[in-house]
Ligand binder design. Structure first.
Ligand code: ZN
Length: 482
């Protein structure tokens, strides 16, 4: 029951022990809502959804997962002005698109989903603290920017194991020229410096401050929301590999320079790639989600996104999507065929040891999936051999494993789109039970013609009977249900 995670802060596998026994605090850098989501955005959400489920189900931990929304940055300002709508309307529209996409692929809702712009007052307090401790400075006179002073923090670069002298500046947030050092990054961005550097008009995107009207920097917003919702020290900080530098390096530097312990473990997920390149809006290689979902169900997409090791890249190809769809169908077919054996609960005690061991070793999903498919094969063999007990045990294990992976077809949201409505299922169960009863009576009376006729009629309806010493069970005939 020991969970080991690869801590990308120390580049080592470490035994995971939460700060507070029984509880885990996770912060996941959420989307910048400048455009609708593409498949690349959803991978990070799936990876940390799997981690969360494993901590909850496999380790009985109470997880607080904070996933923020960056609802204001330069890209949102530029895109909203080009579209002729206020930045907040632009952000809200895409925030809803992300929420819809997360829900559609079965991501459990975060415990808290804070928006960056709701924390401006706290960010100003954070800046004051950094200035008072000698780690930030004002530039540009009365109304100016505030920067983090990288040279004041010798630990800078430690997260990404870089020599700070060779680090480049921060392209995401900084255009200003008044920095003392190109590595310094903006904590507060003045409206006036925006005007001077030609950034899109910030009308309606400025707050009063001791440093003149402006808005907080992106990195600072995450550090502030972490402090607010998870405290000075917390367990796991997650995000995509591309966020390690400069975003996470800067988050860690400013939080630790402010005197806080910050993240105890870092986890970074790989990308979705196309021909080896990261899928991104800026590279123009991102297939819109709607296009993908014309060819596959959200459950199949979820399977695909959660099928690789989280630290590996996941190549997006037609054949990979087809393979994911086929694999998901094999699991569903088994569950459907053995439906009347179900105890209907995904009990952690039913998880095979090999599955547990795989997830405990840095969430080894490929190995866990291999255990799942082995179990499905075993279950199909049990059904073919009319071994009702083995079939039921296997079904329980399969339901428990798919529950951990977020692909149990009977769980929300899949049950709405893939399962038979409960009233129809109950009606089928009652009718089949009645037919089995009549058949048993016919056999008891030696009327084998009637018994065979009932079996044939059920077979024609897609229902297969398995007679064994312990009685008769039934399932759906393979192939007729999908
Ligand atoms: Zn962040």
């Amino acid at each position: 029951m020991t969970l080991r995670l690869f801590d990308s802060g120390t580049s080592s596998l470490r035994t995971f022990a939460p700060l507070r026994p029984g509880h885990v605090g996770i912060y996941l850098c959420g989307p910048t809502v400048q455009a609708p989501p593409h498949v690349g955005h959803l991978r990070s959400a799936v990876v940390f959804d799997q981690l969360r489920r494993w901590l909850q189900i496999g380790h009985d931990l109470d997880v607080t997962l904070v996933r923020n929304i960056t609802d204001l940055d330069d890209k949102i300002l530029v895109a909203s002005q080009a579209a002729g709508v206020p930045w907040w309307a632009w952000a809200a529209r895409h925030e809803r698109a992300f929420a819809d996409a997360y829900r559609m692929i079965g991501i459990l809702p975060p415990s808290i989903e804070p928006r960056a712009t709701g924390h401006t007052a706290e960010m100003l307090t954070f800046i004051d603290r950094l200035i008072a401790r000698g780690h930030a400075y004002r530039a540009g006179g009365e109304a100016g920017d505030v920067y983090f002073d990288v040279s004041s923090w010798p630990d800078y670069g430690s997260l990404t194991s870089q020599e700070t002298g060779t680090l480049r500046g921060d392209e995401h947030t900084d255009q200003a020229t008044e920095k003392r050092d190109p590595r310094d990054f903006a904590l507060w961005k003045s409206v006036l410096s925006d005007a001077a550097t030609g950034t899109a008009s910030t009308a309606g995107a400025a707050w009063a401050s001791p440093y003149g009207p402006g808005r907080p920097g992106w990195h600072l917003s995450c550090s502030t929301m972490i402090l607010r919702y998870l405290g000075e020290s917390f367990d796991i900080h997650g995000g995509g590999l591309d966020l390690r530098f400069p975003h996470h390096e800067n988050e860690q530097a400013q939080s630790r320079a402010a005197g806080y312990g910050f993240a105890r473990y870092w986890m970074h997920n790989g990308w979705v790639t196309s021909s080896g390149d990261k899928i991104s809006k800026s590279l123009g290689n991102a297939t819109p989600l709607d296009d993908l979902l014309q060819h596959m169900r959200p459950l199949d997409l979820r399977y695909y996104l959660g099928s690789a090791h989280y630290r590996s890249n996941l190549e997006l190809t037609d054949s990979a999507l087809r393979a994911a769809t086929a694999a998901m169908r094999r699991i569903e077919d088994f569950i459907t065929r053995s439906t009347n054996h179900s105890r209907r609960t995904a009990d952690a005690e039913m998880l095979p040891v090999a599955f547990r061991n795989a997830l405990d070793e840095d969430l080894n999903i490929p190995t866990a999936l291999a255990v799942l498919h082995d179990e499905v094969r075993r279950g199909n063999t049990a059904l073919a051999q009319h071994d009702a007990r083995a079939g039921a045990d296997t079904l329980d294990a399969v339901l428990a494993m798919t529950g951990v992976l977020g692909i149990n077809p009977r769980d929300s949201p899949w049950d709405e789109s893939t399962a038979t409505p409960p009233h129809a299922e109950r009606a089928v169960e009652a009718l089949v039970a009645q037919a089995l009863n009549q058949r048993a009576q016919a056999r008891a009376a030696g009327d084998f013609r009637t018994a065979d006729r009932i079996r044939d009629e059920l077979d024609a309806a897609g229902i297969v009977l398995n007679d064994s010493e312990s009685g008769t069970t039934w399932g759906f005939t393979e192939g007729r249900t999908s």
